[in-house]
Every structure is written in structure tokens, then in C-alpha cells.
Design a protein around this ligand. Structure first.
Ligand SMILES: *Cc1c(COP(=O)(O)O)cnc(C)c1O
Length: 420
């Protein structure tokens, strides 16, 4: 390890410890099951496990499933879970009860939601999307267009080009609020208003927003939204995602994956489909109950912490990281891959480095877990509910050591694994 760095007083480890001592969210770390000796900076990809999630899954499996058997659909409230958990998510994203259901994956939900939006604008053929978005969003819409076979086209536009891409031929604008790589935040209110001004619908992906930044879907007059719960909402690997549809669209909206859970009377077992009256028509089939009960524990923590307080701490953690990297690694070849101002970015920071992949692997070997997105982006997520300021200090200290010792040059860190 290098000799103690000479740093401005607000960037010392003692200063970080003082921030921890005064942190109103400091106690939440005890609610997570985290391995010792790890600084987990990848909650933007998969949040860690809440202890309550493990307890609830155990209870649901050992009692509700094992003892209650099929009666648990009623007695343990399994059948209502998509609605009940949807209502809890609604409270975190500026929606009303009855406007959100928890179900399936973001990819599937996007298929249904965008299909619903396009059906409401039958005379228009253009969908505006950001080409650099997380690819599944592009892939899903490309597949949807192919399936519809009605000549829809995607007009790709990057952040500064979006406004000029929204014209009167646009059926829907489908964008992700916080960019998965750069962390850049798009202006949801302004872009939604631009879409509405030309008669288009606004669909937002909240995968990197939900639980990370305050979201006000109804305040922004958003039409539809999707998002996942396994990132900042700590719902568990593959935990179900959510769909939002503004109440004003519930009567008119239709979607192609019509299954019995979206039927108005699923237990009437009628021959023909007739949609449920509200957001329920966006459901398709039976849901993964054990994953849902796990996810509820994450939602519970997010509600108690409050998204506003979480956002403030996340910004402060990210700023500390940014300042420390600048002060201690200014000449090590790192550049910021996204916005420099905390106002303009979500819960993670993108650091670019030509050797980003082996550097990240070396960091992970030393217990600092972030991730890597080709070709050069190292992502560091600042989930505020289980990270301490001192953890950020330690992570940068380890990054400094990794660079100074040349640890990252070890050939073991060059081999590319399937999941980066
Ligand atoms: C994480 C993420 C997804 C994930 O989609 P899955 O269907 O859960 O695999 C989709 N879109 C964006 C923008 C994401 O960040």
C-alpha cells in the first residue's frame, strides 16, 4: 500500500468516518446480508440481499408453499401480489395505486407496453429511441415491429438529438431516464411534453431510476413506464419488473400477450379473452411467487429510507468517489464517461480507462466490486443503503494500490468471462 496520501481535509479517511457517524441512513447496512471485506459498488446491476428477503423466502417456501399448498393463492395473498407490490412501487415513482403492476421482466413488459402505445396511435409509424440505450430495449422493439408487420420504424437519436427527432409522425418516444452506461439523466418532464405536443406517447424505462432518484411519473404526465426491481430496489436476482400505465389510458389500452391473469374474470374460465378493467389487463400468466416475496423486502427498505434521502446520500458518495479519483489518480489515465455534475447523473459513475477490464478484475479480486461495459467503461454504483463513506475511501485507496503496484497487469485478469 502507498504511504498515507496528503489530501485536503475533507477527503481524508477521518472525514469520511465523520460523515458516517452523522449519516441518517447509516443503520440500514445492518438490514443487508453482505460478505465481510467487500465494498459492493455494483448495486446498479444487482442489489445485495436484504436479510428480511431471505427470511421471507424461507417462510413462503416452508410454510405457505409446503403447508398451505394451493390454498396459499388465497390465504397467503399470492394472487394479489402483482397488484399489492405494484401499489408499493407506485409510491416510489410518483404513480397512484392501481397504475402499476409487478410482473415478468423489463424486456417482456416493454413489449406489452410499447405494443399498447402503438395501438393507440394507429396512424403513426415512428418510434424514437436512443440507440446507445441498454440493448434489450432496442431488441424488444425491433422484435415487436417485426411481429406487428405494419411498417413501423425506429428513429434513433442520442440525447441532444432527441428533441429534433420528435415530429408529428412519431407514435411513441421510448427512452430510459438514467443511461445504463454514462449515467446521464434525460429530462423526463421536457421530453414527455415535447412528445405530447406532437400527439405522441411517452414511454419511460426506469431500470436505473427506481429506488435511485426521485421519479414523478404523474407530475411529468408520463403515459407508460417499465422498470426492474433487482438493481436499486434490491429485489433479488431476476426479481419481477413492473409496468406503469397512466389511469387515463386504462380503458383504451390493449396488449398482445393476452393471458388468463389479464382476463377480467380469470376463474370464470371463459373461452374468450376479455380484459380486466384496470392495470391488470397488462398481466399475462402465473407469476414467480418466491421471487415476488423476496422483492417485497427490498421495497420495504426503500420506502422506509425514502427515495429523497437515498438520492442525497448517493450523490454525496458519488461526489466523494469522483473527488478522490481526481485527487489521487489524476494522472493514471482515468476519465469520466458521463456527467461531471451529480445533478445530471443517476446512481452510478462511469470511469473510462483503456485497461478498464483487467483493472476492474483486479479490483474485484481485492474485494471492490464494480463492473465493466465494453469497450472501456468501469461502472461504480453508489447505492446509499449499505455503503459507508469510509467504504468509498477504501475503494479508491485499493484502486490507487492496484494502479501503483501494477496488480492489474497480472495475466489472470485479462481473461474475459461471460458476465462482465
Ligand atoms: C437492467 C436493464 C434492463 C433489464 O432487462 P431484463 O428484462 O430484466 O433483462 C432493461 N433495460 C434497461 C435500460 C436496463 O438498464
Amino acid at each position: 500500500m502507498a504511504t498515507a496520501p496528503v489530501l485536503p481535509t475533507d477527503l481524508t479517511r477521518d472525514a469520511a468516518l465523520a460523515l458516517d457517524a452523522a449519516d441518517p441512513l447509516g443503520a440500514f447496512i445492518d438490514e443487508f446480508q453482505l460478505p465481510r471485506g467487500v465494498v459492493y459498488l455494483n448495486g446498479n446491476s444487482l442489489g445485495p440481499s436484504p436479510k428480511a428477503a431471505i427470511a421471507r423466502v424461507t417462510e413462503a417456501a416452508a410454510e405457505e408453499w409446503s403447508t398451505g399448498l394451493v390454498t396459499s393463492w388465497n390465504r397467503a395473498g399470492w394472487f394479489q401480489l402483482p397488484y399489492r407490490l405494484g401499489d408499493r412501487i407506485a409510491g416510489l415513482i410518483g404513480a397512484e395505486a392501481g397504475e402499476v403492476v409487478m410482473t415478468d421482466s423489463t424486456s417482456l413488459n416493454l413489449f406489452r407496453i410499447v405494443a399498447a402505445a402503438l395501438a393507440m396511435r394507429p396512424d403513426r409509424r415512428v418510434i424514437v429511441m436512443e440507440g446507445s440505450n441498454f440493448p434489450t430495449d432496442n431488441y424488444v422493439i425491433q422484435g415487436l415491429i417485426e411481429t406487428l408487420g405494419r411498417g413501423h420504424v425506429i428513429r434513433f437519436a442520442e440525447k441532444n438529438e432527441i428533441a429534433s427527432a420528435i415530429g408529428p409522425d412519431v407514435a411513441a418516444v421510448v427512452l430510459t431516464q438514467v443511461h445504463y452506461k454514462s449515467s446521464h439523466i434525460l429530462d423526463m418532464a421536457a421530453i414527455t411534453a415535447q412528445a405530447h405536443a406532437v400527439g405522441a406517447l411517452a414511454v419511460w424505462d426506469l431500470c436505473h431510476s427506481a429506488g435511485a432518484i426521485p421519479v414523478d411519473l404523474n407530475g411529468c404526465n408520463v403515459d407508460f413506464a417499465v422498470g426492474c426491481t433487482y438493481k436499486y430496489l434490491n429485489g433479488g436476482p431476476g426479481s419481477p419488473a413492473f409496468q406503469f400505465a397512466a389511469k387515463r389510458h386504462h380503458e383504451a389500452m390493449t396488449q398482445p400477450l393476452t393471458g388468463w391473469w389479464g382476463h377480467g374474470a380469470p376463474f370464470a374460465f371463459e373461452r374468450d379473452y376479455a380484459p380486466a378493467s384496470g392495470i391488470g389487463r397488462m398481466l399475462t400468466g402465473t407469476q414467480p411467487i418466491l421471487s415476488m416475496v423476496a422483492a417485497e423486502a427490498g421495497l420495504d427498505i426503500a420506502e422506509r429510507a425514502g427515495v429523497g434521502a437515498a438520492r442525497e446520500k448517493s450523490r454525496a458518495l458519488g461526489k466523494l468517489f469522483q473527488d478522490l479519483v481526481e485527487a489521487r489518480l489524476g494522472d493514471a489515465g482515468f476519465t469520466l464517461g458521463g456527467p461531471a455534475q451529480t445533478d445530471d447523473r443517476g446512481g452510478h459513475i462511469a470511469l473510462e480507462h483503456v485497461n478498464g477490464y483487467p483493472i476492474m478484475k483486479a479490483l474485484i479480486s481485492r474485494g471492490v466490486i464494480g463492473d465493466f461495459r465494453a469497450p472501456t467503461t468501469m461502472r461504480f454504483g453508489f447505492s446509499p443503503l449499505y455503503l459507508r463513506y469510509a467504504d468509498i475511501w477504501d475503494a479508491v485507496d485499493i484502486l490507487v494500490a492496484t494502479m501503483e503496484t501494477g496488480l492489474w497487469r497480472d495475466p489472470a485478469f485479462a481473461a474475459v468471462e461471460a458476465v462482465t
